[in-house]
Write a protein of this length. Structure first.
Length: 545
């Protein structure tokens, strides 16, 4: 069987290009192909539904920075040659007025760095291909929503513009239409939003939105490579002792559309609960959405319709896929997926970030299930201080008042002073103060504050947003999607259920129930004694042998 890779000559020498889709041999090493693409190739190899793609290996990133942040001179020819392969695999064509190919452009370091680098979706959509997409899909709302998203993300990621100007356009049309949110805007409103966004793009960048799909793709690749040295990516590598020279791969993949309405949507799922370790599917899903709506932490996810109720066939496929994934990767996985018109596509899998408590439980239960042996489980656990694994549970609320409920993205109990940004959290923690970081959005930009805070409370976002994933990995109490929370950053205060609290006031977060308290609630420590005893038994048995 062929390897899922090929070599293509560039001006700078031999650049490694990898393909995903069609007959799959053994995937290339993740150090060359990037962790995300390596896992995509493994998923495709075991028959899971993965859209076809090609991958610029991590060497591109290292060469990019050696050239002074410049792409190779023949990058357009290189991208064009590999796009033609993707066109052959999909029956679509980049720039076509009949059946246009749109692609996502995603990062992928050799070691998973959730949410730390950039992604652009819907690349290839222009005034010309918009007409082709209208013809081929018959779905004007999908087309205008996708174009709107591309214009805004291109402004933010390629040109460094702020999201607020574009969000304000959407919010104004939502108010004018008298609907609850952007998902309820009709295609006429979305077309007008897109036109205004195109004008805003030109105002902010000084140039019109590019109408050449290859120009869009080239800029997207450059921006993904640039994001390797973004402030949050550097901070994540520092916290996790990762080498700056690893570099990121770039995966260029056929777009699938969760924002096609009806029976379409996007989700993130864990094959086991990453907070408690329970052996059950743990998932956030939004109908009529793209993946960025889930992982960015900018959207409220509360009250989302249940996938298992409305698309039981897709839910069964996900349940089957979680067992296939654990059988292939021999560990709990986090997956990103899209449902397009009732058809499931898997876009990513990685080893699930989890709390130490969950890590212990998952290792023990996977040994019981025969998925891994005791030696493998002990090797997985050796980075943890098992004697220190505990969970703080709510004991009493003496002197504290319950304010509201939020969605719990992790276990534990934390009390501390409210801080409203990462800089304030860092200063207060350096002075020895316990702090709770309170934010509007669940964002990986807050990683420095997350690292020093006891807990994290946000108004928006869900349990599987990238920031919530990182918070669990750092073993922080994390409550998200708190609809009763308003943050007034200018006045350095926040309102929870109508009660105003100032920065520095004490609040408590209960990860077990999702409750938020004013004041310091009391906690009690619980240890996973049964699981610890089982691990001790393994060690004794293996040492006796």
């Amino acid at each position: 069987m062929p390897r899922s890779s090929s070599n293509t000559s560039t001006a700078s020498g031999q650049a490694e290009i990898f393909t995903i889709g069609g007959p799959q041999g053994a995937p290339a090493d993740a150090r060359e192909m990037g962790f995300k693409a390596h896992n995509l190739a493994r998923m495709a190899r075991v028959g899971l539904p993965v859209p076809p793609a090609f991958v610029l290996g991590t060497g591109f990133c290292r060469d990019f920075f050696k050239r002074g942040r410049k792409l190779p001179p023949d990058i357009r020819e290189l991208l064009g040659a590999n796009i033609r392969r993707l066109e052959g695999a999909t029956g679509l064509a980049l720039g076509s007025e009949r059946r246009p190919l749109l692609v996502s452009v995603r990062s992928g370091a050799p070691i998973s760095m959730p949410g730390m680098m950039e992604t652009l979706l819907d690349v290839g959509l222009t005034e010309k291909t918009l007409r082709g997409m209208l013809r081929s899909t018959g779905n004007p709302r999908l087309v205008w929503d996708s174009y709107r998203r591309l214009v805004q993300s291109f402004a933010e990621i390629v040109h460094g513009c702020k999201a607020q100007a574009f969000d304000a356009i959407v919010d104004r049309h939502v108010r004018s239409a008298g609907v609850v949110g952007r998902q309820e805007l009709d295609y006429r409103s979305l077309a007008e939003v897109t036109r205004e966004s195109l004008a805003m793009f030109e105002t902010l960048t000084g140039k019109p939105f590019p109408q050449d799909p290859i120009e869009q793709l080239e800029a997207a690749v450059g921006s993904v490579l640039e994001s390797w040295h973004s402030a949050k990516a550097r901070e994540y590598r520092r916290l996790n002792n990762l080498d700056d020279d690893l570099g990121t791969a770039v995966t260029i993949q056929r777009m699938v559309f969760g924002n096609a309405g009806g029976t379409s949507g996007a989700g993130v799922a864990f094959t086991r609960d990453p907070a408690s370790g329970e052996n059950s599917l743990y998932m956030d899903f939004l109908f009529d959405a793209q993946g960025e709506d889930i992982v960015s932490g900018r959207r409220p996810l509360g009250g989302a319709m249940r996938l298992d109720d409305l698309l039981p066939g897709v839910f069964r496929q996900l349940q089957e896929a979680r067992h296939v994934l654990e059988g292939e990767f021999l560990d709990a996985q986090e997956i990103e997926f899209t449902v397009e018109n009732g058809t499931l596509f898997l876009l990513q899998t990685r080893t699930a970030k989890r709390t130490p408590w969950a890590a212990l439980r998952i290792a023990v239960e996977q040994v019981r299930e025969g998925l891994i042996d005791r030696a493998a489980a002990l090797d997985r656990l050796k980075g943890l201080d098992l004697d220190d694994i505990h969970e703080a549970r709510l004991s009493t609320v003496d002197g504290a008042r319950m304010l509201c409920h939020a969605d719990s993205a992790g276990l534990g109990m934390a009390s501390g002073a409210i801080v409203l940004d990462s800089a304030a959290a860092t200063r207060a923690a350096a002075a020895g103060q316990d702090v709770i970081l309170v934010r509007e959005e669940t964002s990986t930009d807050d990683i420095a504050g997350l690292a020093v805070a006891r807990g994290y409370l946000t108004a928006l976002g869900g349990r599987t947003s990238h920031a919530a994933v990182v918070a669990r990995q750092l073993d922080k109490v994390c409550l998200v999607g708190c609809g009763e929370l308003l943050v007034d950053l200018a006045a350095r205060r926040c309102s929870i259920s109508g009660e105003w609290l100032n920065e520095g006031d004490i609040i408590s977060l209960d990860g077990g129930s999702g409750r938020v308290f004013a004041g310091a609630a009391q906690s009690v420590i619980e240890k996973p004694t049964a699981y610890l005893a089982e691990v001790a038994g393994w060690r004794q048995s293996l040492s006796t042998r």
